[in-house]
Design a protein around this ligand. Structure first.
Ligand code: ASP
Length: 311
């Protein structure tokens, strides 16, 4: 038995905010990532391999705010955050504010397996990337017209929110990507990758590379990847909170996620969502925003891909 779930961000994802021609592209991107990961899991691959592969696929897709397609900072550059966690041994690796790394998730995995540390940031992280021969790309690679135009509209403001269309009509769409998986060996893993929030400044780091906030995995409980307003998800220690509710209060995966997303985070006005799997084969996709790019293949092999709240 194996399961996989992925997300491509939550927020104001509605039929009004997603262009008609973009809808099938988002779905195709999610499906490609799901299939990549399920191919690995089917062939006895590990949950860590599967979540890395799924996130890599979404990082390479310019539609999502991670890797190619990441949003611009106030300075007009890309600073990328990513994390990965192995539920079988609680090993974790993360990178924050790194530049020019093609696949931040693979770099986070190198940190987990080869650095002796958990979280590397900024220039030191980039030095380690060179040492690890992590694949690098020029600034041009990260250019996408849509993100550039978004940034042009807000770069003179202190507005640091998400992918939004105009200043008058914030789109509030978090395009971070993530994956969680259970493999045939009974191990779970989680991965999250993002460009963060558009027009972010002062070396801002969100929840995505913070273990326990934007990502968490533990075979005893679950694997979780989050997307949403990072500052609030950090303050809520959102991903670990789900695990705690399962471990200490015996809640099911779904009930624990509902409690965190639709009670705790909602009360904090923290818009977003999360995906989760547990070691029993349950999968759950929960959000308090209008929609979330999401997909899963459950323990029975049933595939599901959706964007909006009502599907
Ligand atoms: N959580 C991410 C951050 O705050 C944003 C997102 O989910 O899109 O950096």
């Amino acid at each position: 038995m194996y399961t996989i779930a992925i997300h491509g961000g939550a927020g104001a994802v509605t039929k009004q905010t997603i262009l008609e021609e973009e809808d099938p592209k988002f779905r195709a991107g999610l499906k490609a990532a799901l299939h990549k990961a399920s191919g690995i899991l089917k062939n006895n691959g590990t949950a860590v391999d599967a979540v890395e592969a799924a996130v890599k696929c979404l990082e390479d897709n310019p539609l999502f705010n991670a890797g190619k397609g990441a949003v611009y900072t106030k300075k007009g550059i890309h600073e990328l955050d990513a994390s990965i966690m192995d539920g079988s041994n609680l090993q974790a690796g993360a990178v924050a504010g790194v530049r020019n790394v093609k696949n931040p998730i693979s770099f986070a995995r190198a940190v987990m397996e080869k650095s002796g540390h958990v979280l590397l940031s900024g220039k030191g992280a980039n030095d380690f990337a060179l040492k690890m021969k992590v694949e690098m790309e020029s600034d041009d690679y990260f250019y996408t017209k849509q993100r550039y135009d978004q940034w042009l509209k807000v770069r003179h403001t202190d507005f640091y929110h998400l992918d939004h269309i105009t200043e008058e009509m914030p789109e509030r769409k978090f395009g971070t990507v993530g994956a969680v998986a259970l493999d045939k060996h009974g191990n779970v893993a989680a991965a999250t990758s993002t460009g963060g929030m558009i027009n972010k400044q002062f070396g801002r780091i969100g929840d995505s590379p913070i273990i326990g906030a934007g990502v968490y995995a533990n075979n005893k409980t679950c694997a979780i990847s989050c997307t949403g307003h990072g500052e609030l998800f950090m303050r809520a220690v959102a991903a670990y909170d789900v695990s705690c509710l399962m471990e200490y209060k015996n809640l099911s995966l779904h009930d624990a996620m509902q409690k965190v997303v639709n009670e705790k985070l909602k009360a904090m006005h923290a818009e977003g969502g999360m995906i989760g799997v547990d070691a029993k084969g349950n999968v759950s996709l929960v959000f308090n925003a209008q929609g979330m790019h999401r997909g899963s293949i459950d323990a029975k092999g049933v595939e599901y891909v959706a964007l909006y709240g009502d599907e």
